[in-house]
Design a protein around this ligand. Structure first.
Ligand SMILES: *[C@@H]1O[C@H](CO)[C@@H](O)[C@H](O)[C@H]1NC(C)=O
Length: 490
């Protein structure tokens, strides 16, 4: 009998979930850009559903069951869910250490059991985040900092001195042992499930203790190594940062399998473009180039610390959700959720589901062109997209973002044109681009199928075009953005 089968059977006896075949676990494709589940592409399509909406009037179990059911029916396949912050009486009922640092709360673990079961049932995969910076920064730093409530604070029976003890989290032997116990608990309980896409150690860990406290890097190496060991290497491991650029020592470490960007176009930590679509794509490109590993946008939105920055909010989200894959990102940007806050929950959900319906159709078009070959098997490079002319756009991309990637020998190209004036705080894009002509320099000579894809409705039109010295094509008229798939006619 295969040892893995034995282990999984044992885990399910111990209260873990019955595993799917191990071919459902997510791995990194050979191109170091895309994910796979077994031999199939796994293109993450989803959002944060970090905790249940308190105002929804449904139980936590029903909230996730219904949301995952809707998500899956609309072509979505990923949710980022927090298992923290680990605060006494944490606002998140899924926070595992919610009374003390020694013992996982059985009720919270039971809720996580139920959402993992719902995820399995609906083929949704979970990016599970163990903790968040909130418990490890002092309340004077920001309203989101709650060191006074941390389970690690000695005032709450924790091992760390109540004054500035949060700085010692990374080195204190008792705190480290407790965090390892948390990792082991989660891995024993849910690690058998292929519904776990990946483990994330912290939400925005750099906001805990001013970015770089003593021991921070050693802690990351030690915890990721320990988690990989107890998890048997079944799941990918990542880490997230509030700083949009991430952290090159953690992101670049072999202990972490992919990078996750959080982008809120916030100016408080350096200049950031309100064109979230462009920056989501740009960071995806930079990080994949730097680290040779997949990149996701794990959270994004507009700058909620600036008045009126959320004008044009939904259009910005639409564009930020679409843009990363056209510069080598692994899937949709995973938007933040605003359940019970900025957007009405029912409306918000319907809005996201409509986005996922059209995006998953797009991924379906790409998949059909590749046949049985998963995306992760195709080496991609940047495709230079030259805008030759258009009524609404000036040459050079000032008016139009034009991104693309091309697979080896033109296997498939993914291209995106976007109104560059569509940003956080801008007016809703209404101008129509007519007759935009683009030249795709590195498309080999031959005959090509060009699919023009309406990102809002999911409708597409096809044409056949021959190329000599690059491919020149003319877009149908569009507003805000249009996606294009180019594939060889064999
Ligand atoms: C710690 O929390 C657990 C789970 O919530 C609880 O059962 C236990 O009594 C707590 N231990 C102490 C010492 O408070």
């Amino acid at each position: 009998m295969a040892p893995l089968t034995t282990v999984l059977a044992l885990l399910s006896l111990l209260g873990g979930h019955v595993a799917h075949s191990d071919s459902d676990f997510v791995t990194v494709g050979a191109n170091h850009l895309h994910f796979q589940a077994g031999d199939s592409s796994f293109v993450p399509i989803g959002l944060n559903i970090a905790w249940p909406d308190k105002h929804s009037g449904t139980s936590t179990e029903d909230y996730y069951e219904e949301y995952f059911s809707d998500l899956s029916a609309s072509g979505g396949n990923v949710a980022r869910v927090w298992l923290g912050p680990n605060l006494v009486d944490s606002f998140n009922p899924l926070a595992l250490l919610r009374h003390n640092y020694t013992t996982v709360d059985p009720a919270a673990a039971g809720l996580v059991d139920s959402l993992v079961a719902s995820a399995e049932k609906h083929s949704v995969k979970l990016l599970l985040t163990f903790d968040s910076f909130n418990g490890l920064c002092p309340s004077f730093a920001s309203g989101n900092c709650k060191w006074g409530d941390s389970v690690y604070n000695s005032a709450n029976g924790g091992p760390l001195n109540s004054q500035v003890g949060y700085l010692a989290f990374w080195t204190d032997a008792t705190a480290k042992k407790a965090f390892k116990a948390l990792l082991k608990f989660a891995s024993d309980r849910w690690g058998g499930s292929s519904a776990v896409f990946a483990w994330e150690l912290f939400n925005e860990v750099d906001l805990a203790g001013y970015d770089l406290p003593f021991g921070f890097y050693d802690w990351h190496e030690e915890m990721a190594g320990y988690l990989r060991k107890v998890d048997g290497g079944r799941h990918l491991i990542t880490e997230s940062f509030g700083l949009v650029a991430g952290n090159k020592f953690v992101d670049g470490s072999d202990s972490f399998d992919f990078t996750s960007t959080h982008n809120y176009a916030r100016t408080s930590r350096g200049p950031q473009s309100p064109n979230v679509a462009k920056s989501n794509a740009g960071w995806s490109k930079d990080k994949t180039n730097w680290y040779k590993k997949p990149s996701i946008v794990g959270e994004f939105g507009c700058d909620d610390t600036v008045p009126d920055a959320d004008a044009n909010f939904r259009h910005t989200l639409h564009a930020g959700l679409w843009s990363p894959i056209f510069r080598g990102g692994a899937g949709t940007g995973l938007s933040w959720f605003w359940a019970g806050e900025a957007m009405d929950d029912d409306f918000e959900r319907e809005w996201f589901l409509a986005e996922f319906r059209s995006y998953s159709k797009f991924v379906g078009v790409v998949g059909a062109e590749l046949g049985a070959r998963p995306l992760g098997d195709v080496p991609f490079e940047e495709l230079s997209v030259h805008v030759l002319e258009s009524s609404g756009a000036s040459e050079g991309g000032e008016e139009l973002d034009a991104f693309g990637i091309v697979g080896e020998a033109g296997a498939v190209s993914l291209i995106w044109l976007h109104d560059a004036k569509d940003t956080c705080g801008s007016d809703t894009p209404t101008r129509s681009f007519e007759g935009v002509q683009i030249w795709l320099k590195n498309i080999p000579d031959g005959d090509w199928k060009v699919t023009w894809f309406d990102t809002e409705t999911g409708a597409s039109t096809e044409e056949t075009v021959g190329s000599v010295g690059g491919l020149t094509i003319t877009a149908p008229s569009f507003v805000q953005d249009i996606a294009i798939v180019v594939s060889p006619i064999i």
